[in-house]
Design a protein around this ligand. Structure first.
Ligand code: NDP
Length: 234
């Protein structure tokens, strides 16, 4: 049987780590990327538990040199085989922003990580994604323009709204190769970003997201869905 390769960004903690665990459980070969592999203790422990099926590679999604290095290393660890699934999961959220004191650095950081990163990484890896594959961009309902009715987390909301546009554009660019591109809201998840009060465990969210990825087809490419497979307005 052909090996299925999946790649996750921001895989060292939170939702990214849970996605890696579940991709391994279903039998995928997983490329888990993070900024500092040497410090990624949870991932490095998983490598020992899944010999030969998990590769931990460095990637800073804001750094295009890092994207190109990953593309080169990917060819080696996947024996030249195609990537079936790219999950653009890495994200940043600056809490506590208020109108009147929004900082340009926070806006720039959100744009670079949440929007520019997924678009440019997907562009760099596009030739390695197999026809019929999938790009899943982990978005947020906070990036939905239609659902916003208060001044909340502006840097994050603007970054995720821009990511949503990138999803629609990438879906157009990759449609002829039957590669579906989805914007996915993971729910409110108990991670460093979501906080302790959040409704979902990372495992619950990851399980829902992987089901949505499996169930949605090419006709849904360029769409926005939550972890329970419900469509969301832009
Ligand atoms: P966490 O803050 O727990 O984890 C964020 C991950 O992104 C970390 O692995 C972090 O790495 C990585 N990351 C940040 N910047 C970069 C970068 N420049 N390059 C590579 N990796 C980077 O967040 P969650 O796990 O909760 O979030 C995962 C995704 O889900 C994000 O896109 C987030 O916006 C989205 N989301 C989360 C929700 C929630 O309730 N938790 C709700 C809606 C959406 P490092 O350890 O190096 O900082």
């Amino acid at each position: 049987m052909e090996r299925r390769h999946s790649l996750v960004t921001g895989a060292n903690r939170g939702l990214g780590l849970a996605l890696v665990q579940q991709l391994l459980q279903r039998g995928d070969h997983v490329i888990a990327t993070c900024r500092h592999p040497g410090k990624a203790n949870a991932l490095n422990q998983l490598v020992g538990e899944h010999p030969g099926r998990l590769h931990v590679l460095p990637l800073d999604v804001t750094d295009t040199r890092s994207h190109r290095e990953l593309a080169r290393e990917l060819a080696l660890v996947s024996d030249g085989g195609p990537l079936h699934l790219l999950i653009n999961n890495a994200g940043v959220l600056r809490g506590g922003e208020r109108f009147g004191s929004v900082d340009e650095k926070d806006l720039d950081a959100s744009f670079q990580t949440n929007a520019r990163g997924p678009l440019l990484l997907t562009q760099t890896l596009a030739a390695r994604i197999g026809d019929g594959g999938c790009v899943a961009n982990i978005s947020s309902e906070l990036g939905s323009i239609a659902l916003r009715d208060e001044f909340r987390t502006p840097s994050y909301a603007i970054g995720k709204a821009a990511q949503n546009m990138a999803t629609v554009l990438l879906a157009s660019a990759l449609r002829s190769r039957r590669i579906k591109v989805l914007a996915l809201h993971p729910g409110w998840v108990r991670t460093d970003m979501g906080g302790e009060q959040a409704a979902l465990t990372p495992a619950q969210s990851a399980s829902g997201l992987l089901q949505v990825i499996s169930q949605r087809g090419l006709d849904d490419s360029g769409g926005f869905f939550d972890w329970q497979n419900q469509p969301l307005p832009w």
